[in-house]
Design a protein around this ligand. Sequence first.
Ligand code: GNR
Ligand code: NI
Length: 172
Amino acid sequence: MAVKPILTEPNKILRQISKSVDKVRTEEQKLMNDMLDTMYAANGIGLAAIQIGVPKRIIVMDISKDPNKKEPRYFVNPVIKNKDLKKATYEEGCLSVPNQFAEIDRPSKCEVEYLDYNGKKQFLKAEGLLATCIQHEMDHLEGILFIDYLSKLKKSMIIKKLSKLKSNRAIL
Ligand code: GNR
Ligand code: NI
């Protein structure tokens, strides 16, 4: 159980393509525990392993509204089997793009095949925030951030702002 530092843009590590997990072992379960601690500590609803610098295809998520009722979800090697043609728009944020938000269109529903915390094969039909969040997290596994869907201008303004924040932090 440990809260890890979350990498923020711009950082090349976030652009890596994460590798499949051959088997869910104790090592991966420990990683999932740390990811969940890190996600809760940062008040996020999802986290991909690469956000704490580990290039494995692992995601944790908890979209429950009540902080007293934890509903953690674990996804190892998730694959999207089906996407709805209909799109839904959500105001997205990302723990790796701090304090920046933008409306992003994504398929409103999707079906995902994955391994759970115990390495058991699972199938999930997702819609609403769950569908949006899974797709946001699966983008992380490919090195994609939500700002990549914005215009070049909007994206470059956000990256500029975040770079400045980083250089200020280096001075202080
Ligand atoms: O905490 C998060 N909130 C969120 C809101 C709308 C769409 C996606 C997300 S995921 C984000 C946490 C995060 O960065 N996961 O990678
Ligand atoms: Ni994110």
